[in-house]
Design a protein around this ligand. Structure first.
Ligand SMILES: [Ca+2]
Length: 302
């Protein structure tokens, strides 16, 4: 597949192309109340987008660094939470693609070892397990729930699910340009939303892989999402752009137009494997794929 040569495997895994597709759902109606409450209004302007230094992944299209003009827009301070997504499902009856396919990808260390050992893993990304029944309301499959993680990012949502939520909320997904402008928080060409040091004065500022060992097997605890408003926000007030969960954006990754862009990296990012928790980094997945480390935040016109 051409897309595999253009992007080395990241932590994302796609639904097998051979799997029969469920019938597409019609879009739920917009909810029609005050959708912009709580959003951050950014005035836009010209900024230097992308990265081409030694940290850049040459096949990802991070570079070249270019000056880009951004019109004013609004963006959510956090990714959409389980509580917010639950309201959407309650009001519309929406059924996510993970539920309609009947499974989604769960990181192996989030499962009991005997379950992980007996659940199929995709080629190329052996740390994922295709777990039957895993979905946004049961992130580790049957028996799991989100009762104690209402403020955590909703996960196991596809790009199509994210776009449906955004339309219902009277919003939209951010473009990659908007996402990067917002995530940079006004810093010119910094590596992270807070500067160039990963741990300024020893402080942990984002939820990425934690462990003395290396991805994907040695972690200090159980790798997973934290509350969407964890850690300090950047200078524009955005939380967890880098780390926690990948965020779907409104655009195609490249001219092949088969995969949607994702930004920001996730709790699985670790230098031992992949440095895509930088603010300029990109990756992608097919629009009906879902996993336990991908969510989204919404944007809107100013
Ligand atoms: Ca993120």
């Amino acid at each position: 597949m051409a897309s595999e040569s253009s992007v080395p495997p990241c932590c994302a895994a796609s639904r097998p192309a051979s799997e029969p597709r469920p019938v597409a759902l019609s879009a739920p109606p917009a909810r029609g109340d005050r959708p912009l409450k709580g959003m951050i209004l950014l005035e836009g302007g010209v900024f230097r987008m992308g990265n081409e230094d030694e940290l850049a992944n040459p096949f990802d299209g991070e570079g070249p660094v270019r000056e880009v003009k951004v019109a004013p827009f609004r963006i959510d301070p956090t990714t959409v939470t389980n509580a917010q997504f639950a309201r959407f499902v309650k009001e519309t009856g929406y059924v996510t693609e993970a539920e309609r396919f009947g499974w989604s990808y769960v990181f192996h260390l989030r499962l009991p070892p005997e379950v992980a050992a007996n659940t199929p893993a995709p080629d190329g990304t052996p740390w994922w397990r295709a777990v039957e029944g895993a979905c946004w309301r049961a992130p580790e499959g049957p028996g799991s729930d989100v009762r104690r993680s209402q403020k955590h990012p909703v996960v196991h949502v596809s790009w199509n699910d994210a776009a449906a939520y955004a339309a219902w909320a009277g919003k939209r997904l951010p473009t990659e340009t908007e996402w990067e402008f917002a995530a940079r928080g006004g810093l010119d060409q910094a590596v992270y939303p807070w500067g160039d040091e990963l741990f300024p004065r020893g402080q942990r500022r984002c939820n990425i892989w934690q462990g003395q060992g290396v991805f994907p097997d040695h972690h200090d605890g159980v790798p997973g999402p934290v509350a969407a408003d964890s850690y300090r926000p950047n200078a524009y007030g955005l939380y967890n752009t880098v780390g926690n969960v990948w965020e779907w954006c409104d655009g195609w990754f490249d001219e092949a137009r088969d995969r949607r862009s994702m930004r920001g990296g996730s709790f699985l990012c670790d230098d031992s494997y992949c440095n895509r928790y930088r603010v300029a980094a990109r990756t992608a997945n097919t629009p009906d794929s879902s996993s336990g480390n991908t969510g989204f935040r919404c944007a809107a016109d100013a």
